[in-house]
Design a protein around this ligand. Structure first.
Ligand SMILES: [Zn+2]
Length: 189
């Protein structure tokens, strides 16, 4: 399977950890259209997202891809629950192990005293630490899941009425469906 060509359309969440959760999806609530198909797609995602800097050398361990996908689904379970205001303790227990590992091997980045942050040694650790930062960010009231697919995002709109991951994707599909439903209802009358 060819690597997915990442573009701005893959980074709609307003947060790198949520963008990572959105590396799989579908046009409905399935999560079967996988974009992390090989190590290369994981690496190119990491660079595109800024999680790994251009000059940054990253070594991926042999189990990096399955570990990243497993972490991603744990994160989805946790943040999807939070978006629906029904967080599950089970999702947190799974994630806790990855987080403990990430914190244990982290470094404190002191290059900017105004925003010091923990940096993970490898990609999964960086993503896990990013999730931890999001949990503490005070932004969770903006966390939403697309009304049609499983993508998550922070709704930064003033009115807090964003419903879709992307209006031109899920928003349009919903609009077209509404149109056909109305038309078939009219035809049945
Ligand atoms: Zn969507």
């Amino acid at each position: 399977m060819a690597s997915h060509p990442w573009s701005e359309q893959d980074f709609i969440a307003g947060n790198p950890c949520l963008d990572f959760i959105n590396t799989v999806g579908d046009t409905d609530k399935n999560r079967i259209r996988e974009r992390l198909v090989d190590d290369q797609s994981l690496l190119t995602w990491a660079r595109y997202s800024g999680m790994v800097g251009q000059g940054d050398r990253v070594q991926l361990s042999a189990d990096a891809l399955p570990r990243a996908i497993s972490l991603r689904e744990q994160l989805y379970s946790l943040f999807s629950g939070l978006a629906r205001h029904t967080p599950t303790a089970g999702a947190w227990i799974q994630l806790r192990k990855e987080l403990a590992e990430a914190v244990a091997h982290s470094e404190l980045n002191t290059s900017d005293p105004a925003s010091m942050r923990l940096e993970g040694a490898d990609l999964c650790s960086r993503i896990a630490l990013d999730a931890l930062a999001l949990l503490h960010s005070g932004q969770l009231h903006r966390l939403k899941e697309c009304a049609r697919c499983t993508w998550l995002f922070l709704d930064q709109s003033k009115a807090q009425r964003r419903r879709w991951c992307r209006t031109e994707a899920c928003g349009n599909r919903a609009r077209v469906e509404r149109h056909y439903r109305k038309r078939s209802a009219r035809e049945q009358d």
